[in-house]
Write a protein that binds this ligand. Structure first.
Ligand code: ZN
Length: 90
């Protein structure tokens, strides 16, 4: 039954490997360990929600800036801290 086997592979790829890859990539953009999050999101796909909603681990050039005043993270395109309104552009 080669078709049933292929369906199982397709099922695993769609519901486990793809969330793992997406989660690994999102974790990487947030300065987190992409391999750790790839594994976590592959083994437990619901943890993809955690990966998406958690903040960045550090400032990532082009994606996140760390506020020098309150140490919260803002998106790169935001030039004013969204928490304390400190100017981030300078
Ligand atoms: Zn701030």
């Amino acid at each position: 039954m080669i078709h049933a086997y292929l369906l199982q592979i397709a099922f695993i790829v769609v519901f486990f490997v793809i969330p793992g890859l997406v989660g690994g990539w999102i974790a990487w953009t947030k300065g987190r360990n992409p391999f750790l999050w790839f594994l976590l999101n592959t083994l437990f796909p619901p943890t993809l929600m955690v990966t998406i909603f958690q903040g960045p681990a550090r400032a990532v050039p082009g994606r996140y800036r760390e506020c020098p005043n309150c140490h919260e993270f803002s998106k790169w395109r935001e030039t004013v801290c969204r928490f304390c309104k400190t100017d981030l552009a300078g």
